[in-house]
Design a protein around this ligand. Structure first.
Ligand SMILES: O=P(O)(O)OC[C@H]1O[C@H](O[C@H]2O[C@H](CO)[C@@H](O)[C@H](O)[C@H]2O)[C@H](O)[C@@H](O)[C@@H]1O
Length: 373
């Protein structure tokens, strides 16, 4: 088994992963004869399509590919990769800090309505071992509260909506839980609330019994894997492996695969040290963003400026939508270079807070400067 740095890329997909893989399966990764020449950074390009094919639940998924992909979501693997450190400079050039570019961002938003979309874990709260203890700081909550007074604001999370609400506890926001499959408008106090009816949208409600069944099965079957944690996110299920010994990742992937093979209507995606099981419906954080813009009355507007801040692969769907619409932009929260459709970067939640605070201050100053009618 050897270690290789690999860029997994798919011309159709926007997500390219820079990963260190332990190559052990030549049917997933090319043999020496098949290998394309090394890219300038010392990377080898391998079709993401091919990798994803191997990740498919139906049609014989390969556990090694799952485990490689699980490793790819581990920053500890990225950190030890010298070429990634080398690329840091060039990555920052292409995805400059949103704090450094603040003036330019404000300039681009002139005359347009800014709408804020915020992911939760890793964006508003730091990543911690126990998902039930991913609290956001009081300071962050106060900043988001002020933000929501200035701009329509939505939380878009992979978590169950109630759970993310219990962390954020701001009734004046829009919430899109379960990767956008559970949307609810503000309960009270938001000047951006549209209409008198409460906004509720759950495009995957028929999957509830199935998700519940899979959750129970996964709880039972992962009991023997120390550190594994299964989280019910209502319309999807998370299987956390952050606290699982890496030697056991393959075993855990086997368990998840053995459960999923009986559920062709469910699919698997990945986040930060988490396997996410969700319905195969064509709905994601990007679709949720579009739905929310429409609900806010900005469907065909040219004078809207949506800003989406997120740290995870699932946030790429939203970054991509913004890029394709040519409206607003995405900000990726990451300390490491990642291929992304976001335009700017921030390194960690404290920087996100600083950025949001600056937006609030700018808005307050610009309102003060407006002539009284
Ligand atoms: O879309 P998000 O709000 O970012 O939710 C994605 C997943 O976030 C949570 O897991 C992540 O954060 C945990 C707490 O810091 C961490 O322990 C875990 O390793 C991360 O993957 C949440 O628990 C998952 O259910 C969400 O799918």
């Amino acid at each position: 088994m050897t270690n290789q740095n690999v860029v997994v890329s798919d011309p159709k997909s926007t997500i390219n992963l820079a990963i260190t893989v332990h190559v052990s399966d030549s049917s997933i990764f090319p043999t020496a004869a098949q290998k394309p020449p090394a890219a300038p950074g010392g990377y080898i390009s391998i079709s993401r399509k091919k990798l994803l094919k191997n990740l498919e639940i139906n049609g014989g998924a390969r556990i090694n590919a799952w485990v490689d992909s699980m490793r790819a979501s581990s920053p500890t693997h990225l950190k030890s990769t010298p070429s990634i450190t080398d690329d840091q400079g060039s990555w920052i050039l292409h995805h400059p800090s949103a704090l450094d570019m603040f003036e330019q961002i404000i300039e681009a938003s002139k005359g347009k309505q800014i709408v804020m979309f915020l992911d939760y874990d890793g964006t508003l709260s730091p990543i911690v071992d126990d998902p039930d203890r991913a609290f956001m700081s009081k300071k962050m909550r106060a900043t988001v509260r002020k933000l929501a007074k200035c701009f329509p604001t939505a939380i878009v999370s992979g978590r169950c909506r109630d759970k993310v609400y219990n962390f954020v506890r701001l009734a004046e926001l829009y919430y899109a839980g379960s990767h956008g499959m559970d949307i609810k408008g503000p309960a009270k106090g938001s000047k951006y609330k549209k209409g008198s009816e409460a906004l509720i949208f759950q495009p995957a409600s028929e999957f509830l019994p199935m998700i519940d069944e899979v959750y129970k099965e996964l709880i039972e079957k992962t009991k023997s894997t120390p550190g594994a944690k299964v989280e019910n996110n209502k319309f999807c299920v998370s299987v956390h492996f952050r606290c699982v010994d890496e030697k056991k990742w393959s075993e855990l992937a086997q368990v998840v695969r053995s459960v999923l093979k009986d559920y062709p209507k469910l699919r698997l995606t990945q986040g930060r040290k988490v396997l996410e099981i969700r319905p195969t419906i064509k709905w994601d954080k990007g679709k949720a963003l579009e739905f929310l813009l429409e609900s806010l009355g900005f469907a065909n507007c040219t004078d809207v400026f949506p800003v989406y801040i997120g740290d995870d692969r699932t946030d790429e769907d939203a970054f991509k939508v913004l890029r394709e619409r040519g409206q607003g932009f995405g900000i990726l929260v990451s300390k490491f270079p990642k291929d992304t459709n976001a335009s700017y970067s921030l390194q960690e939640p404290t920087q996100v807070m600083d950025f949001l605070q600056r937006l609030v201050e700018w808005k307050q100053v610009s309102l003060r400067g407006q002539p009284r009618l």
